[in-house]
Design a protein around this ligand. Structure first.
Ligand SMILES: C[S@@+](CC[C@H](N)C(=O)[O-])C[C@H]1O[C@@H](n2cnc3c(N)ncnc32)[C@H](O)[C@@H]1O
Length: 271
């Protein structure tokens, strides 16, 4: 029996589907025994849907798979670090320097904590972006404006519970899509075709997008893919059902009018 509990990820994520879960819901309702997300990112979809009997979350970005693993197995210690921290520019600069210092060895817990730290204190949650308010903190919004330890710890503990018995891996998408399984539904949310390289430390080339399309075409698993609407994508997926969701918003700079309705659903499910 599927567990009903829906929770919120502590991660902010460029391209997160947290605000558009309702539009995905008819597809997420497709009966399935196993749920897979080869590109899990901040996990907004998995945490926001009913849990299946078997669940497999994957991301090629080590920081993401490590964060999920630590949140699953060591949530209390992660919360202790969160509770005793208030982001400052000094800490932000120190962590940035540590990132390029090969002599610094951090534990998985510390890596997960610092990933969350940058996620909550950088512009739009982008790992390589500047801190909110800029290095000089001249804006009305400061580096700690999205750091609410109580709320973050509550989300971490709820997500930790939901991650019980969930498989978390750090593979390339090919591994996850091609693995056999019984009654599998895959939610496929790859990096955007055009903006991907500016949003994610790990993104995909045109060749990889073509390979993804070929694997999905051959797959027996049900899937829903969401991606930016552009000529290249329409061409790559010309074999599939393409749906244009109404009033779809990008979540990066979503206030801009020209970001309206620019994503596509690609699926092999008939609704
Ligand atoms: C659009 S984001 C996923 C957002 C997520 N659905 C959410 O709501 O938060 C795409 C993710 O794909 C990951 N990724 C990029 N290339 C990959 C690859 N070859 N295999 C697996 N994951 C990859 C990135 O690290 C990134 O986290």
């Amino acid at each position: 029996m599927a567990q009903k509990e829906k929770v919120k990820s502590p991660l902010r994520f460029p391209g997160s589907k947290s605000k558009v879960l309702k539009k995905l819901q008819p597809f997420l309702n497709t009966p399935h025994i196993e749920y897979r997300e080869p590109f899990v990112g901040g996990g907004a979809i998995f945490f926001g849907k009913a849990k299946a009997q078997e669940n497999w979350l994957n991301d090629k970005d080590f920081n993401i798979s490590n964060f999920l693993e630590v949140m699953k197995n060591d949530a209390e210690n992660l919360c202790k670090l969160v509770s005793r921290t208030t982001p400052t520019i000094e800490t932000w600069l120190k962590y940035r320097l540590d990132n390029i210092n090969e002599e610094i060895e951090l534990s998985s817990l510390e890596k997960a904590f610092r990933f969350l730290f940058f996620n909550r204190s950088n512009y739009s949650g982008i790992y390589n972006a500047n801190p909110i308010g800029g290095i000089n903190q001249l804006s009305q919004y400061k580096i700690d404006c999205r750091w609410n330890p109580k709320l973050l710890c509550s989300r971490i503990l709820h997500c930790s519970k939901k991650l019980e018995r969930v498989r978390i891996t750090n593979f390339d998408f090919r591994e996850v899509i091609t693995r056999n399984g019984e009654n599998v539904f895959m939610m496929i949310d790859p990096p955007y075709y055009h903006k991907g390289s500016s949003l994610y430390p790990v993104f995909m080339t045109n060749e990889e997008h073509v390979e993804l399309s070929n694997l999905l075409r051959q797959s027996e698993h049900s899937f829903l893919l969401t991606i930016d609407d552009c000529e290249e994508v329409r061409d790559i997926y010309n074999w599939a059902n393409i749906i244009i969701p109404e009033n779809w918003h990008y979540t990066v700079n979503s206030k801009k009018k020209d970001n309206l309705g620019k994503e596509l659903f690609v699926t092999n499910i008939i609704i």
